[in-house]
Ligand binder design. Structure first.
Ligand code: NDP
Length: 255
């Protein structure tokens, strides 16, 4: 691997990846990604839902730290904090969330897990390369208005995401795999506060890092989660005739 990657080449790669994200967003308007409640036949071999989540999400941590570990003594303090926040999020997503979900016996298509592995491989590389080769945050960045605003938004988003995931998981008793209408808290306003929280979180991260990979990752997250929230919302309306009419997709009162 040529480690003398120029900033200009890195930018081109990141923008090409973003263009692909836009393409995926368009495709997802017509085809719903078949995992969770949208799992269906015709997508090839299936693997355990839990194993799928662990494998596909842990890749991003492995790749990020593959790049960061050799450079760890040269990283600025702000870059350490940023890598720490990212790692904290993905430890939950890879190793805690999959063991909290009540999806015993449920499966997901292997091809979806593999696509997510690619997604996480590229994103982990973009952040890993950026932090290990191109960042030069001064220590004062930790007091900069962009860092402070971004970290507040990041923490609010993470709180919404975790709490909403927790409430959804608790809709089932251990051993159950069916669905119920979530009620209370932000669910009174929107169908998918967990997905909204995830997007807020990565918006905050884009602001606190003020970086190209931060922006690209936020837009890719939107490209994945906006169509997924739309699909969830339609699914609820189709399966529950008493689904609250005033509930929006994920922007309270608006959409
Ligand atoms: P969902 O809201 O579909 O599901 C979350 C969990 O709650 C699953 O275990 C699901 O079970 C269960 N659940 C959801 N709704 C109900 C209900 N009405 N009744 C009973 N159980 C329910 O979230 P996703 O699976 O799409 O995503 C999981 C997490 O991963 C989220 O926090 C999301 O933000 C994040 N994510 C991030 C992405 C990114 O690009 N950064 C991409 C995709 C996800 P089941 O699986 O059986 O449906």
């Amino acid at each position: 691997m040529n480690l003398e990657l120029s900033w200009s080449l890195y930018q081109k790669g990141a923008l090409a990846w973003l263009a692909l994200g836009l393409g995926i967003f368009i495709v997802l308007q017509f085809k719903t990604a078949p995992y969770g409640r949208h799992t269906r036949q015709g997508w090839g071999p299936l693997i355990s839902n839990r194993l799928g989540w662990i494998v596909m999400e842990s890749v991003v941590l492995l790749v990020l730290w593959f790049w960061l570990w050799p450079e760890r003594h040269r990283l600025s303090t702000p870059a350490h904090v940023m890598a720490g926040l990212f790692t904290f999020h993905y430890i939950n997503r890879s190793f805690i969330f999959p063991f909290r979900t009540r999806t015993k016996g449920k499966k997901m298509p292997l091809v979806i897990a593999l696509m997510a592995v690619i997604f996480n491989f590229v994103n982990g590389s973009l952040f890993g390369i950026y932090f290990s080769r191109f960042e030069n945050y001064p220590l004062t960045w930790l007091g900069d208005i962009r860092f402070l605003t971004g970290i507040m938004i990041f923490i609010i988003g993470m709180y919404i995401n975790w709490k909403a995931d927790h409430l959804l998981i608790r809709l089932r008793k251990p051993g159950e795999t069916g669905y119920a209408i979530p009620r209370g808290w932000l669910f009174d306003y929107v169908s998918c506060p967990n997905l909204l929280g995830e997007m807020i979180e990565w918006l905050g991260y884009a602001i606190l890092t003020w970086s190209l990979p931060g922006l690209v990752f936020f837009l890719w997250t939107c490209a994945n989660l906006i169509p997924r929230a739309q699909a969830h919302h339609r699914w609820y309306q189709l399966h529950f005739p008493d689904y609250p009419k005033e509930r929006r997709v994920f922007l309270p009162y608006l959409w």
